[in-house]
Design a protein around this ligand. Structure first.
Ligand code: PAD
Ligand code: ZN
Length: 434
């Protein structure tokens, strides 16, 4: 009797496993079949296009050409909306029309000739700072990259090999893969253009990530979260039992706090003129909160000095500016600890703005640093950050205030400017809502 029951259970488990595998294989096949159906062909899809320097984005049909040599075409699932999507197009060098967006997650639909590190069906995050590792030194549109040599690999993430064409809104061969339905060129943005249902990126601008992670959310690791967290971990390498302070409690500032907590700071000071940001900063690990406009005694420098011991030269060991304001950048440097204080500029000030301080600040041992994408080497490190999120050691969901279908993308920008949204996620494939 017992043997019959046991064999029955075994048989049922086998059938269940068989069905499960069949379903998985089927889903996989459906994706690969549909990818094959579009491979090598122009795809017509929806995208949010900015036609002029100022003005709202327009949802229109665009044509996305197949990936050329060393390029990858990606079906974008979700994309965060970041300040840079608003501020970069104000720069004189930006070309129009353009498809913005650089915090995306998607699935590789097809690959161009010569692509080896990414395959169809891979889950990926496009990178606005590529990573060539000098693997393409002999390719005509690439060449030697001094930032990716063995000697400099750990010093910087600023791979420069396709910086020129990326800044001009084109692929490394100098052309765009996007066009309007009547054939006008539409430009790429920061090598990503994630406000499109399909985009094309150079292979070196694509990080492969674990498949278990939700693609609508992890796009946020493509910029803001990684920038703040990486500034602490990669750029400054904060030591435990120290004091850290951050100016600005938007998505980037909160990610700094997340990093400072992981690094083991004994005090984390959260500074913002909007006190509504303090409860969230507390949830992320901040221990002290200050509004520079209402600070006791009216002097933020004196407040920080007292909080850090009160003796001459006392201040936070590490300060981070996550606003983009040259006045607060100066404060962050001048209020950090004499002798060893390190201050990191993360915020991007308006074009042409200069920073200033008395040179004596350097003589007394303070260091001024800056970071782009938190010093993160995307292809090498981003998959690990996504795994950290899956393991519950890195926050992502907590940064998402709103989710919108593509058609409501302008509303997402309004929510960002009003300060209501830390980050909004745009769902690109939500066709029913378009
Ligand atoms: P955000 O606008 O969401 O947050 C800025 C915060 O600063 C808000 O909470 C404001 O209330 C606060 N604030 C404004 N003025 C002051 C002030 N004078 N004193 C104190 N607080 C103030 O921005 P975000 O977190 O998305 O981005 C912050 C900056 O980081 C922004 O300049 C962005 O362009 C930059 C950035 N840099 C990189 C990089 O690679 N370096 C990447 C991504 C974003
Ligand atoms: Zn490089």
């Amino acid at each position: 009797m017992c043997v019959i029951l046991y064999s029955k259970i075994l048989f049922n488990s086998f059938i269940y496993l068989y069905n499960y595998i069949s379903v998985c294989v089927c889903v996989c096949n459906i994706y690969i079949m549909s990818a094959i159906a579009t491979e090598g062909k122009v795809i017509t899809c929806k995208a949010a296009v900015q036609f002029e320097r100022k003005g709202e984005l327009q949802i229109v049909d665009v044509q996305v050409a197949p990936p050329k040599r060393l390029e990858v075409r990606i079906k974008i699932i979700g994309s965060g909306v970041c300040h840079t999507d608003y501020s970069e197009p104000l720069y004189a060098s930006q070309q129009f029309p353009v498809i913005l967006g650089h915090e995306g997650g998607g699935i590789v639909e097809s690959i161009g000739e010569g692509v080896t590190s990414v395959k169809v069906g891979d889950h990926v995050i496009p990178l606005y700072i590529p990573e060539c590792r000098n693997e393409y030194e002999n390719e005509p549109n690439y060449g030697f990259c001094c930032y990716c040599t063995k000697k400099n690999f750990a010093k910087t993430n600023l791979c420069g090999v396709i910086r020129g064409p990326q800044g001009k809104g084109v692929m490394p061969d100098g052309t765009s893969r996007f066009s309007t339905m009547d054939g006008k060129v539409v430009h790429h943005f920061m090598g990503c253009s994630t406000f499109s249902q399909y985009t094309v990126c150079p292979e070196i601008s694509v990080a492969v990530v674990p498949k278990e992670a939700p693609l609508d959310k992890i796009g946020l690791l493509g910029c803001g979260i990684t920038t703040g967290y990486g500034a602490v971990m990669n750029t400054i390498k904060v030591e435990p039992d120290t004091i850290g302070a951050v100016w600005g409690l938007g998505g980037v500032g909160l990610a700094v706090i997340m990093g400072l907590k992981e690094a083991g700071c004994r005090k984390i000071v959260a500074i913002d003129i909007n006190e509504a940001k303090f409860p969230m900063a507390k949830d992320f690990g901040a221990t002290d909160f200050v509004n520079p406009k209402t600070v006791e005694g009216g002097d933020l420098g004196v407040y920080l000095n007292k909080l850090c011991g009160g003796y001459p030269g006392a201040g936070p060991d590490y300060t981070f500016e996550a606003i983009g304001n040259t006045t607060t950048m100066r404060q962050a440097l001048e209020y950090c600890h004499k002798g060893w204080g390190k201050s990191c500029i993360i915020g991007v000030a308006p074009e042409g703005k200069e920073i200033a301080t008395r040179s004596f600040q350097m003589v007394i041992g303070k260091e001024w640093h800056g970071t782009a994408f938190g010093g993160t080497r995307g292809r090498t490190q981003l998959g690990g950050y996504v795994q950290k999120y899956l393991d519950g050691k890195l926050k992502v969901d907590e940064f998402i205030t709103f989710t919108f279908p593509l058609k409501d993308i302008n509303e997402a920008f309004h929510k960002l400017h009003s300060g209501e949204a830390l980050r909004s996620v745009i769902l690109l494939q939500d066709g029913a809502n378009m």
